[in-house]
Design a protein around this ligand. Sequence first.
Ligand code: FAD
Length: 397
Amino acid sequence: SPTFVVIGAGLAGAKGAEALRDKGFDGRIVLIGDEEHLPYERPALSKDYLSGNASRDSLYVHDATWYAEQRIELRPGVRATGIDRAAHEVRLSDGTSLSYAKLLLATGASARTLPGATGVRYLRRLEDSDWLKGLFTTAGSMVVLGAGWIGLETAAAARRAGLDVTVVEPLPQPLVPALGREVAAVFADLHLQHGVDLHLGVQVDQVERGKRVKLADGTVLEADAVVAGIGAQPNTGIAHACGLRAGNGVLVDASLRTSDPDIFAAGDVANAYHPQLRRHVRVEHWANALNQPAVAAAGMLGKNDVYDELPYFYTDQYDLGMEFLGTIDGYDRVVFRGDVPGREFIAFWLKDDRVLAGMNVNVWEVTEPIKALVRSRRPIDPDLLADPDVPLDRLAA
Ligand code: FAD
């Protein structure tokens, strides 16, 4: 029977192998991962795990016995170094190679690094989170570079651990690319109220030995550690090298098939055509890595499913929990429903009165009506959207 190879043993890789078995594939499955761990989920690395409220075991997608039971050959600590598409072979860092009938690329993304800076730490892997957790017990202060999701979550965890925290962000508000200015202000206030020293709209000039940060406005910040959360880059190296179409990630169609019919991609590395959004999107979110692999697995088994889930994301910072659904690109207006200063509300991003995205903050079980609103593409009266007495289900119906 044929061998299916999965490169990258994170959430998407593990789910891809799982989906192949679920769909009845009985052949050999090899799951190659260059980390020395069972496949694990990253969101808790900057939240509960970092704060000491989640165990290491709770991070794993499955325990070791599960892989054995499913006859999934997991190869931790092994890196795929090249793909020979003509020979249908993957070269591995241990000097061996593997023949494949179908291949799934689930190589994810890596933390973007700050050029020229010394001693800066990043948060992507389990070891990074362990290091930070250790730091929390000894350090008194920390500078966080970047007010994106990971930077802000790290800042919140560090404040919880009692550190003095300074956050530096070149844009005028945190999270502007993700949320736009109107809603970004909510997160700036949240962190200010929890005692974070925010430096917004200023570039970093220099970082020395992970202790000293010079800003473009002349400010010098001293701290016990400097952590940067400045985005991630898709791991496209081997895809590029073997000539697959790749841009911002590996380009795939709506069935997650690459320009080579025997190779698929899913998770953070996949730049997939989205039928509802009518363009390619690369989503660096947990739910995408969880759900895309089943579609890729179907494709590997010769069935063309289509991935059309809307991008979904969540975060927890201090006492704020939220879920976000959709994309804000091209919005012309934001409508709030509920109590914004009290941080119990829903925000909607609209274009021509059509809902592009929604975010519920400390309000729960509204994902389905928000999804229905975005999917409907119908114009909705903004006043009704803003009125908490009008049930969302009714607007979405
Ligand atoms: P990855 O998790 O990056 O896994 C890819 C794996 O492949 C890695 O282990 C990598 O080392 C390995 N690999 C790469 N190249 C090779 C190769 N050539 N050979 C072998 N192995 C290789 N998302 C949310 O929606 N909500 C959150 O709250 C949230 N919080 C996050 C917090 C942190 C700190 C981080 C880092 C991410 C967070 N995310 C969150 C994003 C989410 O974790 C990612 O979307 C998800 O991990 C993507 O899974 P993946 O399997 O596609 O890629």
